[in-house]
Design a protein around this ligand. Structure first.
Ligand SMILES: C[S@@+](CC[C@H](N)C(=O)[O-])C[C@H]1O[C@@H](n2cnc3c(N)ncnc32)[C@H](O)[C@@H]1O
Length: 275
């Protein structure tokens, strides 16, 4: 079986509640829709999801990957920690006349049976759960032997990796022992987590974001809509000097990385066959 016996750390319930509240800040569906609208479909294509397959999307948000999987005729469970995003996903699915199951679930402790799915996917999703070992074990546990996994994660060197590095000194402290999300964008880290249980393949790819004309436009959009950025600003709201510092650093990031009107966001695409 895929289950491992070792005891693993998962975040405490109050931390999970805080994380869900953070992802409910602003308007994440607007970020998915306006910044990375085709990334979920890219993952679904890379994993080769087919009609009739049982698919779990972990940390699905409002369905960036779940909906394209359902469009292919798969039977999809879209799961996420944040109920507000599941609600937004339900509405999107209804608008598109697609039937999916939307279920609250923590990537560190999935409420699904061993081997229940043919495929498990996560598009810039499970990377944000703080303890990677239980997430990796849960991902493998819920897929049948011979089934597939597919993950997209921002790389440490890419745009979002640098954005998180810039925000770190301003952001609320992570739980003790938490691992940085962007490590899921490092091949070596993913091999260490999954290599003995999954036959892995990797590709580094770039999504070309065409939403922003300059660094300030990127910063203002994320400051208004993206939970982790909003949380960082909330923590320093009483310190105008630090707000100005973060404002300048994020605008500078956008300006440095813009190539014409394109912001390249690099990610690691991991696909694999469960052993
Ligand atoms: C950047 S969003 C990605 C959402 C979606 N997959 C997409 O491509 O747009 C990250 C998602 O991870 C979810 N998340 C964070 N921690 C989680 C956890 N421990 N378990 C499940 N979902 C989690 C958030 O609620 C949020 O929906």
């Amino acid at each position: 079986m895929n289950t491992i016996a070792a005891a693993v750390t998962t975040a405490a319930p109050e931390i999970k509640a805080k994380h869900a509240a953070m992802w409910a800040l602003g308007d994440y569906p607007a970020v998915a829709r306006e910044v990375i609208p085709n990334l979920g479909a890219r993952l679904v294509e890379a994993v080769g999801i087919a009609a009739g397959e049982r698919v779990l999307d972990i940390a699905a948000g409002d369905g960036n990957a779940s909906l394209p999987a359902a469009e292919r005729g798969a039977s999809v469970v879209a799961s996420d920690l944040t109920p507000e995003l599941l609600e937004a996903g339900r509405a999107r699915a209804a608008d598109a006349s697609l039937e999916l199951t939307w279920e609250a679930a923590d990537a560190e402790a999935l409420p699904f049976a061993d081997g229940e799915f043919d495929v498990a996917i996560s598009c810039v999703g499970l990377m944000f759960a703080p303890f990677h070992a239980p997430v990796a074990s849960e991902l493998v546990r819920v897929v049948r032997p011979g089934g597939r996994i597919g993950l997209i994660a921002w790389t440490p060197e890419g745009f979002i990796g640098e954005m998180f590095r810039i925000m770190k000194p301003f952001a609320p402290a992570p739980p003790a022992g938490a691992e940085p999300a962007v490590l899921w964008g490092s091949e070596e880290h993913v091999r260490g987590l999954l290599g003995e249980r999954v036959a892995l393949s990797f590709a580094r790819e770039v999504v070309e974001v065409r939403r922003f004309g300059d660094g300030a436009a990127f910063r203002d959009f994320f400051k208004a809509n993206y939970g982790p950025t909003i949380a960082a600003y909330r923590g320093i709201a009483a310190e105008p000097g630090r707000v100005a510092e973060l404002d300048a650093a994020l605008a500078d990031l956008g300006d440095r990385r813009l190539e014409g009107h394109v912001l390249p966001f690099e990610y690691l695409l991991t696909t694999g066959l469960v052993l």
